[in-house]
Ligand binder design. Sequence first.
Ligand code: ADP
Ligand code: MG
Length: 399
Amino acid sequence: MVSHRKQTVRDVDVKDKRVLVRVDFNVPIQDGDVADDTRIRAALPTIRYLLDRGAKIILMSHLGRPTPEDREQFKMDPVARRLEELLGRPVRKVNAVVGPEVEEAVAHMAPGDVLLLENTRFEPGEKKNDPELARRLAALADIYVNDAFGSAHRAHASTAGVKQVRPDLPAVAGFLMERELEMLGRVLGSPQRPFVVVLGGAKIADKIGVLRRLLQTADTILIGGGMANTFLKAQGLEVGRSLVDEEALDLARRFLEQAGDKIVLPVDAVVADRFAPDAEAQVVAVERVPPEGMILDIGPRTVQNFADVLSSARTVFWNGPMGVFEFPRFAEGTFAIARVLAGLEGAVTVVGGGDSAAAVRQAGLADRMTHVSTGGGASLEFLEGKELPGVAVLDDGSA
Ligand code: ADP
Ligand code: MG
């Protein structure tokens, strides 16, 4: 197994140094303000640590998917304002990612200053991992810190390029990155058994790699959400107009053959007449889904079955909601599973995936999990066993 021990901010002397920190400030913006500051808060321990040790902190992040025509709503100014409130000290925001304005601002920084660069995706070289952009960013820094786990699966200039073009630049993990690697590493490495995986959600094609990998290590895999429909159909059941990944049917069949009774599927479902918050809903056995129906949640007997399996688990990894939890009428399965996990004593419970994390927060239970990953795609790729580019570039720690 690959060792995930990487050097962290604890391993470097940051006093008076220009520390370039890649953070994940990709937050939702509404009416010019930060609508959810979870990700900003998640970076605070690293920022405060560096502040306390007299570093000059240069922060950078991408925000959304700006286009050359549409930039205004993707500027980092609202993020700077919120960070200032959270830190209780000034944050200087510049209007460029690289260039004279940035160099000038960095040249005048004193220890304890915090500077936030403009949205890295305003630079076309960011997503292309353009070495020239990476060099200009690297020139701002004495030390590079990556605390953006959520972006670590992408090889962009700010996540991987900076270190790739300047191999001599010390490159270390922030505390959020460290915790993500440690907690997800536990799930991937040698989880305490029984190890139970709960999989759901909609992006089935994205999750096949994880499923394949976890089939090798998990004791039981509970499948709900849109994912389950594909498996039910693969078994020859009628799933009506439910979300199904037709291309994955064969694979689902093979997984079922291989896995034997490792995979547990729903026995009942909440079926709607259409995809809408006020759709008519009825609970039916999975053998009785009407041809015009749509499965939008797992049913109560399924919740009970899943809860029984989970009750003895020592490690749980959950990715993907059990239903369309955005509609209250179809949120019960997801929230019930969240409550079961929250109630497990002495078990390590790890939640990964953007929507799964949102569901757990919406249920008010995020604090009751051992770890809620800030990375969606990144957590899945990590659990597939892939090396993330933004992690690979970090200096190795002693084992
Ligand atoms: P995550 O972000 O946690 O990895 P996904 O993005 O794969 O999860 O899936 C989340 C989405 O799956 C949610 O928007 C939810 O509404 C949808 N979903 C869950 N169950 C179903 C279902 N039975 N039919 C359609 N969509 C579903
Ligand atoms: Mg999602």
